[in-house]
Ligand binder design. Structure first.
Ligand code: NAD
Ligand code: SER
Length: 318
């Protein structure tokens, strides 16, 4: 029986993953946790056990792992790319020291660990098109530095201590339940909200900037599928490239215009987030994930647009 602790559970991924894991493994077997209680998450907090856990505090982590007899940790607590460039020390502290604390408690209490890496683990010298699974990784953001170091640290805990660590390099994730927490790909979420509310959007990422993206239901499936995969088949266990689609702002704008023909897309490019986006790949090769654990996304750009617009209309009461 899995007893799962999710850190950062009130974030963009955690708020949806918690619900899916509770449906799958039973509410009492999935402990959601966050650094603090956040308004708007009452339903999630009341749907099963919830604990306050700051991953930079090893004693808090150990206490909760012991209290709930946890054997699987899904570590979603992190600082994302744009906020990381504003607060690099905080990004290092949470993404690296926090991850170290997670791995240590996992080693001591014999837990499996899932930690997401990102397209941010690549940099300007990485081949940008059909980016290979194993290639140059010299990122130029603090977030990216923590993601590469995190991949290596998880590999180390597996090879040195036998901790069953697993992870994927997520692209930009698009969802309607919880807003993203300060990344470079966030424009691809905000564009849907503004398209429905105002029929126009001003993008901080320039036209012609392609990045990999994925709709949240596929991201949740990726986590659940990888955690259930046969460990003997996992060669790239902590750093699988995964992707569903690659687009630039014009392409997502055109997809929205199929359903909201009057939608207008303007640009006011933010140089910091633009330079981060320019340093990331245009499109990933995810064949290792497909071969080693059967990764196969369901949503392409238009299928995602239809679902996002439908679900957001209900959420926004439009
Ligand atoms: P998010 O910012 O929405 O959520 C992260 C949560 O962690 C927040 O609720 C925050 O309050 C919490 N947190 C921050 N510091 C903490 C601490 N010290 N202790 C406990 N909780 C803390 O992020 P997300 O989008 O859900 O991302 C989760 C993971 O997935 C991160 O590792 C991120 O790098 C990775 N990822 C996300 C995306 C994406 O597009 N969302 C893409 C690639 C990788
Ligand atoms: N969506 C994330 C970000 O933009 C990618 O890791 O930071």
């Amino acid at each position: 029986m899995k007893k799962i602790l999710i850190t950062g559970a009130l974030g963009q991924i955690g708020s949806e993953l918690t619900r899916e894991l509770r449906n799958h493994y039973g509410s009492t077997n999935v402990v959601a946790s966050g650094r603090r209680v956040k308004e708007g998450h009452e339903k999630l907090i009341e749907s099963g056990p919830f604990e306050i856990v700051d991953i930079t505090k090893p004693d808090e982590l150990a206490e909760i792992v012991t209290k709930h007899n946890i054997n699987t940790i899904i570590n979603l607590a992190a600082i994302l790319s744009a906020v990381g460039e504003k607060h690099p020390e905080q990004c290092w502290n949470i993404n690296m020291n926090g991850l170290y604390n997670i791995l240590e408690v996992a080693r001591e209490k014999n837990c499996m660990v899932f930690t997401p890496s990102s397209i941010a683990a690549f940099g300007p010298t990485t081949p940008p098109n059909n980016t290979p699974q194993d290639t140059i990784q010299r990122p130029t953001t603090m977030y990216g530095v923590t993601k590469v170091a995190g991949e290596l640290l998880c590999d180390y805990y597996f090879s040195k201590f036998g901790v069953d660590t697993r992870g994927v390099r997520f692209p930009g994730l698009i969802s309607y339940e919880t807003l993203p927490g300060g990344g470079t790909t966030d424009y691809a979420v905000h564009i849907y909200y503004d398209a429905l509310k105002n029929k126009k959007y001003t993008s901080f990422i320039d036209k012609g900037t392609n990045m990999d993206m994925m709709y949240m239901p596929d991201a949740i499936n990726a986590i659940m599928q990888l955690m259930e995969a046969d460990p003997k088949k996992l060669i790239h266990r902590n750093a699988f490239n995964v992707t569903s689609m690659s687009f630039d702002p014009e392409m997502i704008g055109n997809s929205i215009r199929k359903y909201i023909p009057e939608f207008i897309l303007n640009y006011d490019v933010d140089p910091v987030r633009q330079s981060i986006a320019d340093s990331w790949p245009n499109s990933l090769d995810d064949s290792a994930a497909r071969e080693e654990w059967g990764w196969k996304p369901k949503y392409d750009l238009d299928a995602m647009t239809v679902d996002m617009l439908e679900k957001l209309k209900i959420k926004l009461g439009l």
